[in-house]
Ligand binder design. Structure first.
Ligand code: SF4
Ligand code: SF4
Length: 419
């Protein structure tokens, strides 16, 4: 951790969502760098308040986009969490303890095909109105989980990893591995399917290795890096055996995690070099698709606003490609102010810090321009969180992945058939 690079200029303060809400120095990037520096020099300073200020960080990386000294505050806080959560145990902040309690069931639900099947079943069950009412009445779930559940799509499609293992349709110029993810595969499988269709439409062969696993980002953010490390090894092996030249990912949070796999292993570990080769091959779906010769459609009447997920805009520096794709497919874009400000989702931050997450969501909803039909966001956590605030209704916009919007435009134009 290099906190010494900070020159205390304060340029990061106005970019930080938790500082914007609280106005407190300790809830700012500069304050967190100061805390990390002092804790490192004197661990006894790690009192409950200091822990809370650090744990309130969204890891949104907005501070890193504006820092002239390239201080990686969000990344440093995440490393601090990973290192201290096992040591602190029950003395850690409440959110950290909650995550460690959830880690074991999450590892089962997200980490294997059988677990994902159960995850989908549980989500489907919780969507039945009677069950939902019963859960609420008996308070079987925390209110934050019930709020988030409002943003889950009503119809869960069949998981792509089970039904379309390898494509043969394209006259391929290259071969890529599609990273299907866990939440994407269980809840947004249509987006994975649409990503595959568009890649093939652009002449790319897609392989979907069955051995791939969740990227491990949630465990990493929550301070359980040993699980992330194990899944990283499995993903690296799946890519190496696939013969693909790239790993295409359509979830911003997964992409940011996959691009940092080499940091999970020390340079002396033989996995370090393999992880570096893997992370160099990772590319966001919107970047690949924007480079393909997909048709230019005439501008249509549908208006879209784009929310830039933190892990796409700040962690990967990708902003233009989702817009370029949407325009090419005929959508008109109405920009919202501060489109790259965190919506409050931030992994499972909306479950562990519901008050702050709801405040950030309200600001995001206020920023949506009137007259848009869609809010495009290339990350499942943002989609669920924003949709939970929009609810469902004919007049309200819906939160949708940009790949889905592009797919539907080309499908309406007759380039793609419905399956
Ligand atoms: S983290 Fe960067 S932007 Fe913030 S005070 Fe330090 S040097 Fe300035
Ligand atoms: S990562 Fe986000 S919440 Fe954390 S200090 Fe930086 S801007 Fe603030």
């Amino acid at each position: 951790m290099d906190t010494g690079q900070c020159v205390h200029c304060g340029l990061c303060l106005s970019a930080c969502p938790t500082y914007q809400i609280t106005g407190m120095e300790a809830e700012s990037p500069r304050g967190r760098v100061f805390l990390l520096e002092h804790i490192r020099d004197n661990p006894s300073l790690l009192n409950p308040d200091a822990m809370q200020y650090l744990d309130d960080c969204l890891d949104c990386r907005a501070c890193e986009s504006v820092c002239p000294s390239h201080v990686a505050t969000g990344h440093m806080v995440e490393t601090w969490r990973a290192q201290t959560a096992p040591i602190l145990g029950d003395r850690g902040p409440e959110a950290m303890r909650l995550f460690r309690r959830l880690a074991r069931p999450m590892t089962f639900l997200l980490g294997s095909p059988a677990g994902l099947r159960w995850f989908q079943r549980l989500v489907r069950l919780s969507q039945k109105p009677g069950v939902r009412a019963l859960i609420a009445r008996l308070r079987l779930m925390p209110p934050a989980v019930m709020t988030l559940a409002r943003g889950v799509p009503v119809r869960l499609p069949r998981r792509l990893s089970r039904i379309r293992p390898v494509s043969q349709r394209a006259i391929a110029t290259r071969k890529v591995m599609l990273f299907v993810g866990c939440i994407m595969d269980a809840v947004y499988a249509d987006t994975n399917r649409h990503t595959q269709d568009l890649l093939e439409m652009g002449g790319v062969r897609v392989v979907i290795p069955q051995e791939q696993r969740c990227c491990g980002a949630l465990h990493m953010h929550g301070g359980v890096p040993e699980v992330t490390r194990q899944w990283a090894r499995e993903n690296i092996r799946a890519f190496e055996e696939s013969g693909a030249d790239a790993v295409v990912v359509n979830a911003a949070g997964c992409g940011a995690m996959l691009k940092e796999y080499a940091e999970l292993f020390p340079p002396s570990d033989s996995w370090h070099e393999r992880a570096r080769r893997f992370q160099d091959a990772v590319v966001d779906a919107t970047v690949v698709l924007a480079d393909l010769p997909l048709p230019q459609e005439k501008p249509g009447p549908e208006r879209v606003t784009v929310h830039d997920p933190c892990h796409l805009a700040h962690a990967q520096g990708i902003r233009q490609q989702p817009r370029e794709l949407l325009r090419r497919a005929g959508y008109a874009i109405l920009e919202m102010p501060d489109s790259d400000r965190c919506c409050g989702s931030a992994g499972i931050y909306n479950l562990t810090h519901p008050d702050m997450a709801q405040k950030l969501l309200e600001r995001k909803l206020e920023d949506i321009p009137p007259g848009v039909k869609w809010v495009a966001a290339a990350n499942p956590g943002c989609l669920m969180h924003i949709q939970s605030g929009l609810q469902r209704g004919t007049e309200r916009p819906s939160a949708v992945h940009p790949v889905d919007l592009v797919w539907h435009a080309y499908q309406r134009a007759g380039y793609l058939t419905r399956d």
